[in-house]
Design a protein around this ligand. Structure first.
Ligand code: SER
Length: 306
């Protein structure tokens, strides 16, 4: 009998992943936790994932078999408090990996990100194995985390699985503190004001993905037979890629008068160091990854719900 624990369940990914897991495994078999539990549906608990003893207690009391670790300080916020970001992103990962190493967990999901790449990574069709020289604390923590996941798999047999998520586009829960957040902010601004000032320049191309695709990728990876998982650091996955100008153009099918201005800030340098489009051939080969959203379809869905 599988029982899942989601850390960071009230966040942008957590909100939708918890619902998807509950639809598959049954409501009572998926425990949602976050720093604050008010926004969560039962069964849920308030949990600070930094609190190793509380986490261990929850895993043991509820006989958890899988953890989805979604706790992180993202790229833009992390730059404002580098040491805190490092501590949060790394310590919580170690807590979970160690529980798995001790045999308490059968499987772990931990997300990496396009942020693990850097200025010397080939930006177009970024290969799975590329130079990686991240410039943000968040990116450094993702690259280090990927290697620790691989290490725990190779040395201790931990079944940990990971995806390098692109920027994730969703309407249910707002993202917080990322560099790709503009691509969600713009929909709220278009509806409220008919205008948006982008903190990234017009031609900044980034890999992005509709949340529905991201959840499907996560579940496919976690449900794949163990012998299909050949990469234990983290898999490149691709959805769509676009620039702020291209996104605005697609949105003008719904908001013909949408006015754009561009005022790049410190996040421009972060975005410029990331890939524009990733080659996700390994994910396609190993566990059958296939994205389903195009830019226009993603825009239509966002406009319909925001
Ligand atoms: N969306 C994240 C960020 O912008 C990248 O993983 O920080």
């Amino acid at each position: 009998m599988e029982k899942a624990l989601v850390l960071g369940a009230a966040g942008q990914i957590g909100t939708e992943l918890v619902a998807a897991l509950r639809a598959r495994m049954g409501q009572e078999n998926v425990i949602a936790t976050d720093l604050r539990a008010e926004a969560l549906e039962e069964p849920c608990f308030a949990l600070n994932a930094m609190d190793e003893a509380a986490l261990r207690d929850l895993v043991q009391t509820h006989e958890i078999t899988q953890v989805y670790h979604l706790v992180a300080m993202l790229s833009a916020t992390g730059e404002k408090m580098p040491e805190k970001a490092w501590e949060l992103n790394m310590m919580t990962l170690f807590h979970v990996l160690n529980l798995a190493k001790e045999g308490h967990l059968k499987r772990v999901f931990w997300p990496s990100s396009i942020a693990a790449f850097g200025p010397n990574t080939p930006a177009v069709d970024t290969p799975q194995y590329s130079p990686m020289d991240p410039t943000t604390v968040y990116g450094i923590s993702k690259l280090a985390g990927e290697l620790w996941c691989q290490y725990y798999h190779d040395k201790y047999g931990v079944d940990v699985r990971s995806i390098r998520y692109p920027g994730l586009i969703s309407w249910k829960t707002l993202p917080g503190g990322g560099t790709t957040d503009y691509a969600i902010d713009i929909f709220h601004a278009a509806r409220r004001e008919g205008a948006y000032t982008s903190f990234l320049a017009a031609n900044t191309r980034l890999p992005m993905m509709h949340m529905e695709d991201a959840i499907r990728a996560t579940l496919s990876l976690m449900e794949a037979p163990v012998d299909q998982i050949k990469i234990r650091s983290s898999y490149n996955v691709s959805g769509v890629d676009f620039t702020p100008a291209e996104l605005a153009e697609s949105m003008r099918r719904h908001y013909p008068d949408l006015a754009m201005t561009y005022a790049p800030d410190f996040r421009q340098a972060i975005a410029s160091s990331w890939p524009q489009r990733m080659d996700d051939g390994k994910a396609r080969e190993d566990w059958g990854w296939q994205p389903s959203y195009t830019l226009d379809r993603m825009v239509d869905d966002m406009v319909a719900h925001i």
